[in-house]
Design a protein around this ligand. Sequence first.
Ligand SMILES: Cc1cc2nc3c(=O)[nH]c(=O)nc-3n(C[C@H](O)[C@H](O)[C@H](O)COP(=O)(O)OP(=O)(O)OC[C@H]3O[C@@H](n4cnc5c(N)ncnc54)[C@H](O)[C@@H]3O)c2cc1C
Ligand SMILES: *[C@@H]1O[C@H](CO)[C@@H](O)[C@H](O)[C@H]1NC(C)=O
Ligand SMILES: *[C@@H]1O[C@H](CO)[C@@H](O)[C@H](O)[C@H]1NC(C)=O
Ligand SMILES: *[C@@H]1O[C@H](CO)[C@@H](O)[C@H](O)[C@H]1NC(C)=O
Ligand SMILES: *[C@@H]1O[C@H](CO)[C@@H](O)[C@H](O)[C@H]1NC(C)=O
Ligand SMILES: *[C@@H]1O[C@H](CO)[C@@H](O)[C@H](O)[C@H]1NC(C)=O
Ligand SMILES: *[C@@H]1O[C@H](CO)[C@@H](O)[C@H](O)[C@H]1NC(C)=O
Ligand SMILES: *[C@@H]1O[C@H](CO)[C@@H](O)[C@H](O)[C@H]1NC(C)=O
Length: 661
Amino acid sequence: MKSTLFFSLAASVAELVRAQSTSVLPDVAPAAATLPADATDAQVRLLETDRVQVTDEVVADLMKNNETAEYGELFAFADSNITTPEARKRSLLRRSSNCKTAPGDALWPSKFVWGLFDLLTGRALEEIVPLASVCYPKSEFDNYDKSKCEQVVSRWNTDYDDPGSAMFPIYTGMTCLPKANATASDTCTLGGYSTLSLEVSNVAQIQLAVNLARTLNLRLIIKNTGHDYNGRSVGKGALSLWTHNLKDIEYIKNYKDSYYSGPVFQVGAGVQGFELLQAGEKYGVSVITGICPTVGIAGGYMTGGGHSPLMQLFGMGADQVVSMNVVTASGRFISCSPKLNPDLYWAMLGGGGGTFGIVTSAVIKVHPKIPVTTSVFNFTTSPNVTEATFWKGVRAFWDEMPKYNAAKTYSFFQMMNLANVGVPGGGYAFNMLPFFATNKTVDEFNALTKPFFDTLTSLKIPYQIETKYYDSVYPAFQATFAPQDQAIGSTTGTPGNRLLPRENWEDPKLSNQTFDAIKNIVDHTILALMYHQTPQNPPQIINSVNPAFRTEGGMIVAVNSVADLSPKSLAEAGEKMTNVIMKPLRDATPNGGTYGNEADISEPGWQKSFWGANYDRLVKIKKKWDPTGLFYVYRGVGSEGWEVMDGDRGVQTQDGKLCRV
Ligand SMILES: Cc1cc2nc3c(=O)[nH]c(=O)nc-3n(C[C@H](O)[C@H](O)[C@H](O)COP(=O)(O)OP(=O)(O)OC[C@H]3O[C@@H](n4cnc5c(N)ncnc54)[C@H](O)[C@@H]3O)c2cc1C
Ligand SMILES: *[C@@H]1O[C@H](CO)[C@@H](O)[C@H](O)[C@H]1NC(C)=O
Ligand SMILES: *[C@@H]1O[C@H](CO)[C@@H](O)[C@H](O)[C@H]1NC(C)=O
Ligand SMILES: *[C@@H]1O[C@H](CO)[C@@H](O)[C@H](O)[C@H]1NC(C)=O
Ligand SMILES: *[C@@H]1O[C@H](CO)[C@@H](O)[C@H](O)[C@H]1NC(C)=O
Ligand SMILES: *[C@@H]1O[C@H](CO)[C@@H](O)[C@H](O)[C@H]1NC(C)=O
Ligand SMILES: *[C@@H]1O[C@H](CO)[C@@H](O)[C@H](O)[C@H]1NC(C)=O
Ligand SMILES: *[C@@H]1O[C@H](CO)[C@@H](O)[C@H](O)[C@H]1NC(C)=O
């Protein structure tokens, strides 16, 4: 039985391969129709980029045109009634393979099919070339350029406006790192970068790509900024959708539905934090963004949860979305809100990026303009400040965190064991970067923090402090968070995090245990980043954000050093992160959780850590909206059945075929 089936499959695959045309490309126009702005069930008019869509008529036209007829089926919607039973069989056959079809496979689309796709998308397709390839005198990309290489090397840790790049190169497989003086024997290959990028400027292109990838069993990636901590915006052999240029921002003063009435912004999926903050300043409103100005808003941030220096007043990133437009795995463009496709709305806001569908735009709440007092302060060990005294100082801050949360403020600070970063003599440092006292005057900030600074004084800990008042968020953000721009692209450190429940401060014994676990983190890492933060929860929670966020009193991000990039060192670093650095804190916070967007790549029990009790429902919704497994991201909801076969790297990279396991 089995072998008969195998031979008949093999024969049909051979037919599929033979059927790949090699003829000359026809002269065809982009496959798209422009719909009226009110062609939506949502409460707001469609953005220009959302109006350009593939409809049943557009696909029917492709099938009618004698030059594209043969290929029309590749671009048909999953629920299309115009594809023939034979076409559906062909697609099923392609998907019967255990792995996604990759370059070099017999069924990888021919040049003709890619050429046609390029024409139908208005010439938006390009091959991905690793950014650092210009540094290599001899590579398959043949683009060596010394001066361009110097730019790449010097800008590697800042934002890139590049279709292929991911900001944590460990997960592309480290096959083309920036190198100032590479020689002819140094190699640069594509590794885990995606293969082709579609530079998206409208919804139709996304729909064509989704339909093509689904029918041809291709790996599909969504890349916005590439900030993902675990390499989820790249994938070997993938067609990658680059949403970065969907930059529209429209202000709507009087939005109204049964869940929310008030002002909103409608934003394209490519809008980044700094652009939203600028728009907020322009219209005199406050907006929710992360602390990194270059993170995308409606991509990974809001779908992953989104913590923010304003969350204590206005809620989390996901809580802002009143509706969003999405291309689903079927290729259809739909709106989601608490009323429209409410299950998908619930799942996509918190359930993680790249998993349920592709956000093309979102309608997000904006809030009243508020003043902010920021304060930057620091203290260290010194001949007069022993390590024990230093930790008493930190403990004083720790003990005040519940009060700071109750006062609806936020802070971001670093703690470092200086010996771990090679400072002679070692010691410890505490750097507040900054305390973000939203809606507070300087006097109010001083009154709030007086007991803490009094303790530092009584401990004889000298400190430096600079406190400033701003009458809106943007200049406060610009002066404090923006310049840090959170170095990216590092291959020397990997992060892990934990959300700490407020209850961990309430019981003195538990508070001690938790604080000891924090000290343990500082002693075993190169950097510990901590936030006092707690969200203003909406009266009714209608999204799937990790429930551990709802009860948190703070969050810690641990940065572990990586000795070198050998599989052995990477595996050791992973082991240390999971079992030495984070374990005592996990043990102290059984009711805590982990933020999936900034997680340890080897997080144990990730389903529960990232989503708690929401996980089972998320899996059901994933199966309903993506029955063929079109969308895969590492440790996304429902990803258990898949693995990237990258060999032994010591850590999961994206440099391998994506296969069912
Ligand atoms: C320096 C730095 C600072 C950060 N600070 C914060 C912070 O203060 N608060 C916070 O909450 N987070 C923060 N983050 C984490 C950040 O939220 C995540 O990295 C987030 O996933 C980035 O989203 P992106 O769309 O910009 O990135 P990408 O890497 O492009 O995408 C991330 C994920 O979302 C998917 N995705 C992207 N666009 C879409 C779309 N349109 N539809 C569906 N899926 C999509 C991708 O496939 C990928 O899986 C920070 C990250 C960095 C690197
Ligand atoms: C399609 O039809 C046109 C005229 O209707 C004809 O000129 C052309 O050769 C046809 N093309 C193919 C590929 O059959
Ligand atoms: C296909 O669906 C469209 C609209 O969804 C409908 O108008 C048409 O009659 C259907 N055609 C067939 C052959 O079922
Ligand atoms: C590369 O070579 C230049 C001289 O050509 C030298 O100044 C520079 O330090 C070298 N850089 C590295 C990283 O080795
Ligand atoms: C340390 O304490 C001594 C004695 O109180 C004092 O004279 C000295 O200035 C202090 N040093 C620093 C760096 O604060
Ligand atoms: C800011 O504080 C004032 C009073 O100090 C209060 O009336 C207002 O509601 C606060 N704004 C927000 C957004 O919390
Ligand atoms: C400590 O804080 C002061 C005042 O805010 C600042 O000027 C100084 O640069 C900080 N020092 C360090 C090492 O961060
Ligand atoms: C917590 O730790 C402090 C300081 O080490 C200690 O004084 C206190 O007794 C401890 N409390 C409990 C309940 O263990």
